[in-house]
Design a protein around this ligand. Structure first.
Ligand SMILES: Nc1nc2c(c(=O)[nH]1)N[C@H]1C(S)=C(S)[C@@H](COP(=O)(O)O)O[C@H]1N2
Ligand SMILES: [Mo]
Length: 212
């Protein structure tokens, strides 16, 4: 992570591709249909009642509808997704730059991490201990290609790919790309979240920094 940060100091972009490079099929992985009644209700109404909550160490907590997120200036990028399980796919993502959402929420000085709380319980069971979550630091959060994506290949995000909103943080591996984002929390430590390692897979042994 240290050497990558040195090399990436100027926030260079991850490679972007041409429309002709798009993968014919972008496979879905991990959760593909959150089972919670709350998510099922949101899905049934086309996410009209969805709200993205932004809270924690912020000066201005937010609650944004999908329409509000889509009305923000969007960024579109064609990038390659790399999953640790050994597959990759090139897709075109469109969404609101996370930096813009954070600018509205105004992170407070002690904030160090951006935590994404998701709707799906990949760990199974009935309690919340298996809910998917992820986190990145502010360096990656403010990168121009870090977006809250609501479209893949020009179409509204399908449920299997994380509808209505998923993260793209293009210089890291697949498991960092949180799908089904319900809440974004600004935090200054990770040891009180989940099992303390900063993400669902991190809690199960994966590295927190998944730089490519
Ligand atoms: N909420 C949530 N986000 C998730 C996952 C998941 O199971 N739940 N799986 C991760 C993994 S391992 C990968 S490779 C990608 C897969 O994204 P895709 O389904 O759009 O291909 O999502 C990541 N984000
Ligand atoms: Mo993955």
């Amino acid at each position: 992570m240290g050497s990558q940060r040195l090399l990436l100091e100027g926030q260079p972009l991850a490679p972007e591709f041409k429309p002709s490079d798009l993968s014919p099929i972008f496979r879905a992985n991990g959760s593909t249909m959150p089972a919670s009644p709350h998510y099922q209700d949101l899905m049934a109404s086309g996410f009209a009642d969805y709200r993205l909550v932004v809270d924690g160490l912020v000066g201005q907590p937010l609650s944004l509808s999908l329409a509000q997120l889509k009305a923000m200036p969007a960024r579109t990028q064609i990038t390659r997704h790399d999953c640790v399980e050994g597959w990759s796919a090139i897709g075109q993502w469109t969404g609101a730059p996370l930096a813009r959402v954070l600018a509205l929420a105004r992170p407070l000085a002690p904030a160090r991490y951006v935590v994404f709380h998701c709707a799906d319980n990949l760990g199974g069971g009935l309690d919340e201990s298996g809910l998917y979550y992820e986190s990145i630091d502010l360096f990656d959060a403010f990168h121009p290609q870090t977006i809250l994506a609501w479209a893949l290949n020009g179409q509204p995000l399908e449920v299997s790919h994380g509808a209505p909103l998923r993260l793209r943080v293009e210089r890291q591996l697949g498991y960092k790309q949180a799908k089904y984002i319900m809440r974004i929390e600004l935090a200054n430590r990770m040891d009180q979240l989940g099992r303390g390692k900063g993400g669902f897979w991190e809690d199960r042994g994966y590295a927190w920094y998944a730089g490519i």
